[in-house]
Design a protein around this ligand. Sequence first.
Ligand code: ADP
Length: 154
Amino acid sequence: YSGKSAGSLLVEEIRRMRVKDLKSVPVVVREETSVYDAIVTLFVEDVGTLIVVSEGGFLEGVVSRKDLLKVTIGQNDVRQVPVNMAMTRMPNIIITTMDETIHLAAAKLIEHQVDALPVVRKIINDQGLEKLEVVGRITKSNITQLFVELGEDK
Ligand code: ADP
């Protein structure tokens, strides 16, 4: 008998879990992608948030369902308007990394009231500048999935 309550074991398990254990594949578009094509991508990929990247897969921004709705209800031709007109851009993107705890990533989702975080790897380029390579995404769905699994008590 370990002397630990089920509750404290659960807390330990949650604190041990890392973003790399839970992340999903990132669904990305380029910033010149039209709002129309971005909306089609939401349906085809069955996601709520698209990560906008530059050549090489580096983080430029994030575009959500409501960002796309907002430009669509304006007087815009959604086939002509690029997603970069609608997205939230760097450096205002809340990110996470592979080795961050799931608990911290979940706290960021709540604190910043967003549905998804890009998972990035920091890279220093030739000019000594830091770039963020997109390697995954963490969403509220991932966290809900984990909550269900932890509750099943295998
Ligand atoms: P929705 O807008 O569809 O409700 P969110 O709540 O995720 O979806 O997004 C709210 C706003 O925050 C949007 O303008 C979106 O561009 C922005 N946003 C989404 N994810 C992030 C993030 N990880 N970092 C910064 N801003 C984000």
